[in-house]
Design a binder for this molecule. Sequence first.
Ligand code: GBH
Length: 457
Amino acid sequence: MTTTPDPLHFPPRFAWGVATASYQIEGAATEDGRGPSIWDTFSHTPGKVKDGDTGDVACDHYHRLDTDLDLIQALGVNAYRFSVAWPRLQPTGRGPVNPKGLDFYSRLVDGLLTRGITPWLTLYHWDLPQPLQDQGGWPVRDTALAFGDYAAIVADELGDRVQHFITINEPWCAAFLGYGIGIHAPGHRDLAQSYAAAHHLLVGHGLAVQAVRANAPAAQVGITLNLYEGYPATDTLADRAATRRQDGFQNRWYLDPVYGLGYPQDIVDLLGEASPQAQGLVLPGDVELMGVPTDFLGVNMYSRSVIEDAPGEGFLHSRAVRPPESEYTGFDWEVAPQSLTDLMLRLQRDYDPPAIYITENGATYPDTVEADGSVQDAARTRYFQQHIAALQPALDGGAKVAGYFAWSLMDNFEWAEGYEKRFGIVHVDFGTQARTVKQSGRWYQDFLARTKAGVGA
Ligand code: GBH
């Protein structure tokens, strides 16, 4: 199977991985001292998650650690990205470590190292301890301070073995989907609150970077943003300006502060009273704190956006359009591998990160399990081929792409979509918890074997 005539060439020591997140796979939601998170509360609130699904059991990964580690190893990856559930480590979000929670992550890390796989640890993938939400959640600054303390504990306890830390996964989602439009936990709908949350997520990121540096001095640390390259629907000035506004909302609002530039003024102006500045939340020193130097930029990329001017629509006066001739995945997301090339080159040009890691890339399609039990997910397989191939021109053009993580290791709890939307390269039967490597997983396995052997893809 080839998509490009020429074999691909990746830099030496390229990280090839698969990714997961704690609430999406672990289950064991009330075991061994784990406290509740906002996702427990949200998923147990009727009407919030499709079909009333919860992460109570999920992939039961907490109880299947060893066999899941064997599965990861069998794929042939050299890196595994997972997240630590904050309420497993600190059940109320503050105070002493829960030893059983720590023991789980310690066994996970050791199990990876024994198998020759580099652990990539995400500190926050959305499962905020519920008691911290009860005290105001991300819209209050105290949550960022608590997050910095938690980061120090994790770096201190695991930093002897973990050398790659990601502070926050997708602050845009945590802030906007959680506090702005309410489709994610904690389900609030208030634009100003979402910008207060975004500010404290970025402050928390800065504090966490400092905490990792202080407690695990040799480790690399960065943040993961969900970035989508924007394209104007037509070449008119109006559509181009609308695309720039959308880019400010989705991308620059996070990139600019992380690279020390503070918030983009065009979006501050559009937000007016809802901006963190107008709310009095940006304290002296915050621009430096949010922009504390990092070792890499993590990028989660799934699609692109095509934007047209739409006066009066939202505070951005813009709207996403759906190019009819294109190909789409299960969330009605456009398959747009060229935009991955464009995004990498643009990030390198505009922000010059020391390294870029694709910390998530993948697709959901309705999979069919064949009579013989196999899962033929040709569309997902093609999606991975095309996006991995799209990294080649980015590398050739000077983008410092240093790794790629497929989302996801296995089908899991897809947030508000419950278990219906599958992203795994390994199929999970949620009745029996049987794992079956899909066609896409077998393709990735073959690709990695060939790439490591220097044969190209
Ligand atoms: C990432 O979120 C997450 O980091 C990961 O946990 C998740 O499983 C993965 O991507 C796949 O979704 O109405 O089109 O917005 C990306 C943002 C937010 C995408 C929720 C799906 C719901 C459908 N996700 N969104 S949509």
